[in-house]
Design a protein around this ligand. Structure first.
Ligand SMILES: Nc1ncnc2c1ncn2[C@@H]1O[C@H](COP(=O)(O)OP(=O)(O)OP(=O)(O)O)[C@@H](O)[C@H]1O
Length: 252
C-alpha cells in the first residue's frame, strides 16, 4: 500500500499552547486509522491542519505525493480530502437533499446542478436518509444529522475521509449502525482517519491507532496493543490511576 496522505513534522501553536507539535504519520490507501487522545490533545487541530483550515507553522502535508501544506479548505475538498465536523451544522432551512448537493458543488466534484443533485440522492440512499431527503435539515434527529454529515462528505467523492467524533452522543444501537456505515464507506475504497473516544469503535474498525497527547504523537500501533499500552493509559487516566488500573489487571 502506498502513502496517500503524509504528515512530516507538522506543528501549530495558539498563543502559548503547542496544539500540534512535530507530528509525522502516513495514511495508506485503503486504511482505517484511529486518532485517539484525551480532550485537548490536538486531534481536531490536526484535522484542521490537514484540510487547510489552519496552516502549519512548521512541517509539510503531502497528499498523493503533492505538497498541499498551504491549501485552502475548498482546495482540500476538490482534491478528495473530505472531513466531517465534530459539531454538525447543516444549513437548517435547506432540505437534507439541498445540503448534500451544496457539498457536492463546493467540492466541484460534479458536472453542473443536475449531476450534483443526482449524486446527492445516491449518497442519501447510501447513508439511509432517502426518506427524509425533502425535509428541512433542522428537523433531523442527532443520529440522522450525523448521517447527513457523512452524506455531505461522501458527495465530495473523497479519497480520504477525516471523521471527527461521528459517534459522539449516539446510543449503542445507533453506534452499531454508524460502524456498519463506516465499514461500507471503507469498502468503497475510501481511506479513513477517525477521531474517536469510544474504544469499542477503535477496536472494531481501525487497523492502526495513533495516540496524541499534548499535541505530540506518543504511540502508534495495532488497536489491541494501544489500549494496553502503559503510556496511553497514563495519558488518559494519569500515572496514579494507570498504575492501579494495570495492577488490577483491568481489560479495556
Ligand atoms: N483556534 C484556536 N485558538 C486557540 N486555541 C486553540 C484553537 N484551536 C485549538 N486550540 C487549543 O489547542 C489545543 C488542542 O485543541 P483540539 O481541539 O485540537 O483538541 P482535541 O484533541 O480535538 O480535543 P477534544 O477531544 O476535546 O475535541 C487545546 O488546548 C485548544 O484549546
Amino acid at each position: 500500500m502506498s502513502a496517500l496522505l503524509e504528515l512530516d513534522g507538522v506543528s501549530r501553536s495558539f498563543g502559548g499552547v503547542k496544539a500540534v507539535n512535530d507530528v509525522s504519520f502516513t495514511l495508506k490507501e485503503g486504511e482505517i486509522v484511529a486518532l485517539i487522545g484525551p480532550n485537548g490533545a490536538g486531534k481536531t487541530t490536526l484535522v484542521n491542519l490537514i484540510t487547510g483550515v489552519h496552516t502549519p507553522e512548521a512541517g509539510k502535508v503531502l497528499f498523493q505525493g503533492e505538497n498541499v501544506t498551504r491549501q485552502k479548505p475548498f482546495q482540500a475538498a476538490r482534491r478528495g480530502l473530505a472531513r466531517t465536523f465534530q459539531i454538525v451544522q447543516p444549513f437548517p432551512r435547506m432540505t437534507v437533499l439541498e445540503n448534500v448537493a451544496a457539498s457536492a458543488l463546493f467540492a466541484g466534484s460534479h458536472d453542473g446542478m443536475g449531476d450534483a443533485y443526482d449524486n446527492a440522492r445516491r449518497e442519501l440512499e447510501f447513508v439511509g436518509l432517502a426518506h427524509v431527503a425533502d425535509t428541512p435539515a433542522a428537523s433531523l434527529t442527532l443520529p440522522n444529522r450525523k448521517r447527513l454529515e457523512l452524506a455531505k462528505s461522501l458527495a465530495m467523492q473523497p479519497k480520504v475521509l477525516l471523521l471527527d467524533e461521528v459517534n459522539a452522543g449516539l446510543n449503542a444501537t445507533e453506534i452499531d449502525g454508524a460502524l456498519d456505515l463506516i465499514r461500507r464507506i471503507a469498502a468503497r475504497g475510501v481511506s479513513i482517519l477517525i477521531i474517536e473516544h469510544l474504544m469499542k469503535v477503535v477496536l472494531s474498525v481501525s487497523q492502526r491507532v495513533l495516540v496524541l497527547h499534548h499535541g505530540q504523537l506518543i504511540a502508534e500501533g495495532p488497536p489491541q496493543e494501544m489500549v494496553r499500552d502503559r503510556q496511553v493509559i497514563e495519558a488518559y487516566l494519569g500515572p496514579k490511576f494507570a498504575e492501579r488500573f494495570q495492577m488490577e489487571g483491568a481489560h479495556v
